[in-house]
Design a protein. Structure first.
Lengths: 171, 754
C-alpha cells in the first residue's frame, strides 16, 4: 500500500465522528459558517490532500487556527452544505490553470514563461533550478518567484507547440 | 538608476500589469478619498477568480476602489470611510489571497479584495496600515508609487538583482576590464593575426612549387640545379613560416592566458572587497554557495572567454573572410563552390546548438533529481536505517540513475549523429570541388587548371573546418560568458544599504550609553518589526531581552550593533546618532557572542586574536582563563596551536562558545551583545559558560537575549518585547509583581517545566 493510502486509512479510522449533523452556510458577512450541536463558528477551509485527494479530508478551521471539524468526504454533507463548502474550496484552492504555453525563455538566474490560463493570459518567472513539480493526481505544478502556482492538468493534452516547450520539464 | 525606476522597469519587462496607478484613475480616486493617495495596491482577481483589475487606494480618512469593467473598460469607483472599518482579515489560498475589510458586525463586508500572490506584499502594506489604525497607531507610508512597485517587483528583484541587460552591454563592460592591459592585448591580437596570416602561406607555397618548379623540371623547361636551388629556398621558407607561426603562438597563448588571469584576479578582488562592504541583509537574501561560485567558477569561465573565446571568435571571423578571399582570387569558380555553403554550415551548427538546449535542460533536471536523492538520504541516513528503508532508497536511486543515463545518452545520440553528418557535408563540398576541377585539370573543360593551383586549393579547403566550428559555437561561447559576467556584475552593482557619513564621528572610546528614541524598523514594505521603541540604557547596565520568538529581540540587537539602520527614530550611543559613527570603528568596540559561535579555519590562538591580532600571548592566556577556556585548550595535543574551524579539530559547542567568549574578552568591547549564548549546551557546561560570561559582562553595557529566564538573573533590567514593542520593563522582582504580566506568565511556565 502506498504511504498516502495508508495515511488516509489511518485518518479515516480515527475520525469516526458523525459528520452528518454538520451544517455549512455562507452568511451575509461573506464568511463560511459551520454549525454542529448548536455551536456555530466562522471557519476557513484547508484541504488536507489538495493534490492527491482534493474531494476528501477538508479541515474546517476557526480564526484561532483550531480544527472545528474534519470533513472526510464531501458526499457526507447535505446538498446546501456541500455547495457552500465547494464554493469556499474553489476560492481556497485557487491556482492558475494553464491551457497553452506560448513562450519559455531563459535569462540569467530566471526563466520567463508566457502562458494562457483559464483565468486569462499571464507572464511569470521561475528560478532556473526550480523545476515544475509532478503532482500525485497527475499533471504538473509550476511555482513562480512570487509564489503563484500554475497547474497543467494534462501536459499531453496541450497543443503541439506547448508540448514542445514543456518537453524538457515533464517526463 | 534608483530602486523605484528599476522596479518599474522590472514590472514593464516581466509582467503585464501597470508599473504605477493608471494616470486617468488618480483624480477619480483622489476625489473619492477627498485627499492624497497614501498607499495603493492592485487586486487582480475578480469574484469569479478570473484575472481582472481593481485598484484599491488608501487615503488619510477613506479607502477608494476602482474596478475596470471587463467588457467596456470603464472604471467604476466606490469608497468608504476608514472610521467604519471594524476589522481587516487576510486569508490565503494556494495561489491567492483574500483581504476582507469588515464594517458593522453581521453586515456584508465593506470590501473583499481577491488577488494573486504577486500582489501580496503591496496588499500586506495596506492591511498593516489599516490594522495599526484599528489599534490607534499611525504608520508612515512613504511614497505610494514606490511602495506599490517595490512590493510587486520584489520577488523578481530578489531572484535576479540586476535586471538583465543587453548581451552586448554586458560584454562591452567585461571587455572594459581589459583596458589596463590594452598594450598587451594589442600585442596578443597582433600575434594572433600573424598566426592567421602565415597559415595562409604553406598551401600557396606548395602550389608554387608544383607549378613553377616540379612541372617545369619534368617538362625540361627548368634546369635541375636551378630547380633544386629554388626548392631548397621553398623548404627554408616553409621552415621560416612554421617558426614564425609557432613563435607568434607562444606570444598569443601566453599573453592572453596571463591577461585573462589578471582580469579575473582583478574581478575576484573587486568582488570580494565589494562583498565585504555589503550589508548583512544581502547575505541573508543570497545563498552562500551561489556567492562562492560567483567568485570562483564564474570568474574562471570569464578567464576562458577572455583567454580563448574572445580571441578565437574574432580571429575565426578574420580567418573565414581571409580564406574565402584567397580561394576566390585563386580561382573564383572553385572558390564559389567552396565558400557558398559556409554560411549554411555555420547556421546548421547554430541550429544544432539551439536544438540541444532542451536536451541539456532535461538532462540537467534529471541530474538534479539524482543529486536530490543523495542530499536527501545521506544526511538522513539514521532515519533511513531506523525505518529499514535501505532497499527502497537504493531502488529510488537506481531508477533515477537509469533515467539520467537515458537522458544523457539521448544527448550523445544527437551530437554523435550531427557532427559526422556535418563533416560528410563538408567532404561533399570538397567532392564538388573535385567534380568541377578534374575535367579542367585534364583539359577537357575550359579554362584549364594547373596542378599546383588545385593542390593549394585542396590544402586551403581543409583549413575551413576549424573556424566554422568556432563560429557555429559563437552563440554558446558568448552566452556562457555573458551569463557569468552578469552574475558577477550583479554583485558588484548591489549597493550597500548601510552607508557611512562622509565625515564620520569616532568615539574613542565608546562608553556604552545606549538610547533608543522612538525607533522603528522594517525589513521590507511598511511592516515594522520594531515599532516606536524608546529606552535609555546607562553605562555598564545589563539588559535582558525576553519575549516570544519573532517579537523583535534580534532586530533590537542588530540595530545596536548597527547591522541595520533604523527606518524611523534614532539610536544614540554616548549621545551621538549611530548613523554618524564610523561603523567599522564602532563595531570594533561592540562584542557579540552568538548561540552557535562561528570559528574561522585557523588555530585557537588565531581565533582568539581575531579582533586584535597584536595581542600578546599573556593577554591571550588571560582572556582564555577568564573565559574558562584555558584548561580545555591545554588538554588539546597542539594546545593553542590546534587548528579548528571547518576541516579542523572539532570542538564541542560549549568549547567553541568559550573560545568565542575569550575572543570577545580580548577585544574588550564597551557594549556586549549575548544572543542566546548558553542555550545550546548542557547544564554543566552552561555553568562554566555562565561563570565566564559573568566575568565578561563586568563593567560593560550588555544586551542579552535568553529563552531560559534563569540565565538573566544578573540583569539590571529586563525588557519584555512582544510584537515589536517593549510591553514590560523592570527588574525581575518588579516584573514578577505584575499580576497578569507576560514575564510572570513565562517565568511560571518555565518553573513548572523545570
Amino acid at each position: 500500500m502506498s504511504t498516502v493510502g495508508l495515511a488516509q486509512k489511518t485518518i479515516a479510522q480515527h475520525s469516526g465522528r458523525p459528520e452528518g449533523e454538520l451544517r455549512l452556510t455562507r452568511r451575509p458577512d461573506g464568511r463560511l459558517w459551520a454549525e454542529r450541536k448548536g455551536e456555530a463558528r466562522a471557519v476557513s477551509v484547508r484541504r488536507c490532500f489538495p493534490w492527491s485527494e482534493p474531494a476528501r479530508f477538508v479541515s474546517l478551521r476557526d480564526d484561532e487556527e483550531e480544527e472545528f471539524a474534519l470533513v472526510a468526504d464531501l458526499s457526507d454533507l447535505d446538498g446546501t452544505s456541500r455547495a457552500a463548502l465547494e464554493a469556499a474550496l474553489a476560492e481556497a484552492g485557487f491556482v492558475f490553470r494553464v491551457t497553452a504555453i506560448r513562450e519559455v525563455d531563459e535569462e540569467v538566474e530566471i526563466r520567463g514563461w508566457r502562458v494562457d490560463t483559464v483565468q486569462g493570459p499571464r507572464r511569470f518567472q521561475t528560478r532556473l533550478d526550480d523545476w515544475p513539480r509532478e503532482l500525485p493526481g497527475g499533471g504538473i505544478l509550476i511555482r513562480d518567484v512570487a509564489g503563484d502556482l500554475y497547474h497543467v492538468p494534462d501536459p499531453q493534452a496541450l497543443d503541439r507547440k506547448s508540448r514542445r516547450l514543456l518537453w524538457a520539464f515533464v517526463d | 538608476m534608483t530602486r523605484q525606476t528599476q522596479d518599474q522597469h522590472i514590472l514593464e519587462r516581466y509582467t503585464d500589469q501597470p508599473a504605477r496607478l493608471p494616470e486617468e484613475l488618480r483624480p477619480q480616486l483622489e476625489a473619492e478619498l477627498g485627499g492624497d493617495i497614501r498607499l495603493y495596491a492592485l487586486a487582480d482577481l475578480d469574484a469569479d477568480l478570473r484575472l481582472a483589475e481593481t485598484w484599491v487606494a488608501l487615503g488619510d480618512a477613506s479607502v477608494a476602489l476602482a474596478r475596470r469593467d471587463a467588457v467596456s473598460g470603464v472604471w467604476a469607483t466606490a469608497g468608504f470611510a476608514r472610521s467604519t472599518v471594524t476589522a481587516v482579515r487576510e486569508t490565503s489560498g494556494l495561489s491567492n489571497g483574500v483581504l476582507t475589510v469588515e464594517g458593522a458586525p453581521g453586515e456584508p463586508p465593506l470590501a473583499v479584495l481577491r488577488y494573486t500572490q504577486r500582489q501580496r506584499r503591496a496588499m500586506e502594506n495596506l492591511r498593516f496600515v489599516l490594522d495599526e489604525a484599528l489599534g490607534g497607531r499611525s504608520v508612515p507610508t512613504g511614497d505610494a508609487d514606490a511602495m506599490y512597485v517595490g512590493g510587486v517587483a520584489g520577488p523578481v528583484r530578489e531572484a535576479q538583482a540586476l535586471v538583465a541587460g543587453r548581451e552586448m552591454t554586458v560584454l562591452r563592460r567585461l571587455l572594459g576590464y581589459l583596458r589596463p592591459y590594452r598594450r598587451q592585448v594589442a600585442l596578443g591580437m597582433a600575434a594572433a593575426t600573424v598566426i592567421t596570416a602565415v597559415s595562409l602561406v604553406p598551401p600557396r607555397l606548395a602550389g608554387y612549387l608544383i607549378d613553377r618548379v616540379v612541372r617545369p623540371v619534368q617538362d625540361g623547361a627548368l634546369r635541375l640545379d636551378r630547380a633544386v636551388h629554388v626548392a631548397w629556398l621553398a623548404v627554408a621558407a616553409m621552415a621560416l613560416v612554421y617558426l614564425v607561426r609557432q613563435a607568434a603562438a607562444v606570444v598569443r597563448l601566453r599573453l592572453m592566458s596571463v591577461i585573462g588571469e589578471w582580469v579575473t584576479r582583478d574581478l575576484r578582488r573587486e568582488l570580494y572587497t565589494h562583498l565585504q562592504r555589503l550589508s548583512l541583509s544581502f547575505f541573508s537574501r543570497k545563498k552562500t554557495g551561489g556567492l562562492i561560485t560567483r567568485v570562483t567558477s564564474d570568474t574562471d569561465r570569464l578567464w576562458e572567454f577572455l583567454a580563448f573565446g574572445f580571441v578565437d571568435v574574432s580571429l575565426s571571423l578574420v580567418m573565414l573572410v581571409g580564406l574565402s578571399a584567397v580561394l576566390l582570387t585563386l580561382d573564383w569558380r572553385l572558390g564559389l563552390v567552396m565558400t557558398v555553403p559556409v554560411p549554411l554550415f555555420c547556421w546548421m551548427i547554430f541550429r544544432h546548438g539551439e536544438g540541444m538546449e532542451p536536451l541539456f535542460l532535461r538532462a540537467w533536471r534529471k541530474w538534479s533529481r539524482l543529486t536530490d536523492v543523495l542530499s536527501d538520504t545521506i544526511p538522513g541516513m539514521r532515519v533511513v536505517k531506523a525505518f529499514n528503508q535501505e532497499g527502497r532508497e537504493t531502488e529510488r536511486f537506481s531508477t533515477r540513475n537509469a533515467d539520467v543515463t537515458d537522458e544523457i545518452n539521448r544527448v550523445h545520440h544527437v551530437w554523435t549523429t550531427f557532427w559526422p553528418a556535418l563533416v560528410l557535408l563538408v567532404h561533399l563540398t570538397t567532392l564538388g570541388v573535385w567534380v568541377f576541377a578534374v575535367p579542367r585539370l585534364l583539359g577537357v573543360d575550359a579554362p584549364g587548371l594547373s596542378a599546383g593551383a588545385f593542390v593549394s586549393f585542396l590544402l586551403y579547403a581543409t583549413m575551413f573546418t576549424a573556424p566554422i566550428e568556432v563560429i557555429g559555437q559563437m552563440a554558446r561561447i558568448m552566452n556562457r560568458a555573458t551569463t557569468s559576467a552578469h552574475r558577477v556584475f550583479e554583485v558588484l552593482d548591489t549597493e550597500p544599504e548601510l552607508t557611512d557619513d562622509p565625515h564620520p564621528v569616532r568615539l574613542e572610546p565608546v562608553r556604552g550609553h545606549v538610547v533608543f528614541e522612538n525607533v522603528t524598523f522594517g525589513y521590507d514594505g511598511v511592516r515594522q518589526v520594531v515599532r516606536g521603541m524608546s529606552f535609555d540604557v546607562a553605562l555598564g547596565e545589563m539588559i535582558g531581552l525576553v519575549g516570544p520568538s519573532g517579537g523583535g529581540k534580534t532586530t533590537v540587537i542588530n540595530l545596536v550593533a548597527r547591522f541595520y539602520d533604523a527606518t524611523g527614530g534614532r539610536v544614540l550611543v554616548d549621545g551621538v546618532d549611530i548613523r554618524r559613527l564610523d561603523s567599522g570603528h564602532y563595531r570594533r568596540q561592540v562584542g557579540i557572542v552568538l548561540q552557535d559561535p562561528y570559528l574561522f579555519h585557523g588555530t585557537v590562538l588565531e581565533n582568539i586574536r581575531y579582533g586584535r591580532p597584536e595581542a600578546t600571548l599573556t593577554q591571550v592566556i588571560d582572556a582564555a582563563r577568564a573565559a574558562n577556556a584555558h584548561d580545555f585548550v591545554c588538554k588539546l595535543a597542539h594546545g593553542y596551536d590546534t587548528v579548528v574551524g571547518e576541516r579542523g579539530h572539532t570542538l564541542s559547542g560549549g568549547e567553541r562558545q568559550r573560545v568565542s567568549i575569550a575572543r570577545a574578552i580580548l577585544n574588550d568591547p564597551r557594549i556586549l551583545i549575548l544572543d542566546e549564548a548558553t542555550s545550546s549546551v548542557d547544564t554543566e557546561t552552561e555553568y562554566e559558560i555562565q561563570e565566564a560570561l559573568d566575568r565578561l559582562i563586568r563593567g560593560r553595557t550588555v544586551f542579552a537575549i535568553a529563552h531560559r529566564l534563569s540565565t538573566l538573573r544578573r540583569a539590571d533590567r529586563l525588557f519584555v518585547i512582544e510584537d515589536g514593542r517593549i510591553v514590560e520593563s523592570g527588574t525581575h522582582e518588579q516584573l514578577l509583581a505584575l499580576p497578569s504580566g507576560v514575564y510572570r506568565r513565562l517565568y511560571t511556565l518555565q518553573r513548572e517545566l523545570a
